[in-house]
Design a protein. Structure first.
Length: 243
C-alpha cells in the first residue's frame, strides 16, 4: 500500500511552513490515485453497469483517506455538474480541501461524471460498512462539553487505516487541560476501552461524547473498571470523597 503522507495544506501554506517536499510527494500520490480511479472505472464499466468491486484495487493501493481526498476534490471542482447526485455532493462538501487554484485541478478524476458518481456511491457504502462511530453517535455540543469522565469517540482521521474500527475509537477521558471547554490547553489523557492503554490526544482529535445508548457490550466491563478505579484512587478525608 502507498503510505505517502496525505498532506492537508495547500502549496502556498506548505511554502510558508517550509514543507514543500511533503506537499510535492503527497501531490504526486494524489495524481497517481486519480489515475488509479480512472483505470478502475475504465476496466469495470461495461457501457451499462459499473462492477461493485471496482473500488478494491484503489483502496488496497491508496487507502480510504486519499481516495476520499481525490474524490471530494473532484466533486468540489465539478460542483456545477448536475450529473453528480445531491447525496454525493453533500458528502464531498463535508470534506475540507484547501483551495489551491494552480494545483487542485491536477487530481480531478476525468471519468464520465455519471459513471464516476456511481464510484463515489460505492466508496461511501464501503466506508459505511466499516460501522465507524461518527457525530451521529454523539450527544451535546462538543465545543461546550467537559470531557472528563466521559466516553469519547476518536475521529478515524487520526488513526491509521488498519485501526479503523469501533473498538479503536472509544476512549475514556480522565484528565488534561483539553478536557475543559474553552481551555488554552489541548491535551486529553484518555484510556482505550479496547486494550486499556492510556495515551495523550488533542481535544480536536475527538468527534464528541458517545451517546450511552451506543456503548457496545464489549466496552462496558472496561468502562466500569476504570470508573471504579477512579473512585478508589480519589483522595478521601473523614471517610468522605473530596470533590
Amino acid at each position: 500500500m502507498n503510505d505517502t503522507y496525505l498532506y492537508p495544506y495547500s502549496a502556498a501554506e506548505a511554502r510558508e511552513r517550509n514543507e514543500l517536499p511533503l506537499w510535492r510527494e503527497s501531490h504526486r500520490a494524489n495524481i497517481a490515485c486519480r489515475n488509479a480511479i480512472e483505470d478502475a472505472i475504465r476496466q469495470s464499466f461495461d457501457g451499462m453497469n459499473l462492477q461493485t468491486d471496482c473500488l478494491k484495487a484503489v483502496l488496497d493501493e491508496y487507502g480510504y483517506k486519499r481516495t476520499a481526498w481525490v474524490l471530494a476534490n473532484t466533486l468540489h471542482e465539478l460542483k456545477r455538474d448536475g450529473r453528480f447526485s445531491y447525496a454525493n455532493k453533500h458528502w464531498a462538501e463535508k470534506i475540507y480541501i484547501p483551495t489551491d487554484l494552480n494545483h487542485n485541478s491536477d487530481f480531478v478524476v476525468r471519468s464520465h461524471p455519471a459513471v464516476l458518481d456511481g464510484f463515489v456511491s460505492f466508496y461511501r457504502k464501503a466506508v459505511q460498512a466499516l460501522n465507524l462511530f461518527g457525530a451521529e453517535h454523539c450527544v451535546g455540543d462538543r465545543a461546550e462539553q467537559d470531557y472528563t469522565g466521559k466516553v469519547l469517540v476518536l475521529s478515524p482521521d487520526v488513526l491509521r487505516e488498519q485501526y479503523w474500527g469501533q473498538k479503536y475509537q472509544l476512549l475514556y477521558a480522565q484528565s488534561g487541560f483539553g478536557c475543559k471547554p474553552h481551555s488554552s490547553g489541548r491535551a486529553v489523557f484518555a484510556t482505550s476501552l479496547a486494550d486499556g492503554e492510556t495515551a495523550r490526544w488533542n481535544r480536536e482529535d475527538f468527534v464528541g461524547v458517545l451517546d450511552d445508548k451506543f456503548l457496545p457490550e464489549w466496552a462496558k466491563p472496561k468502562l466500569a473498571e476504570l470508573q471504579a478505579q477512579e473512585q478508589t484512587d480519589a483522595p478521601t478525608m473523614g471517610g468522605m470523597n473530596m470533590k
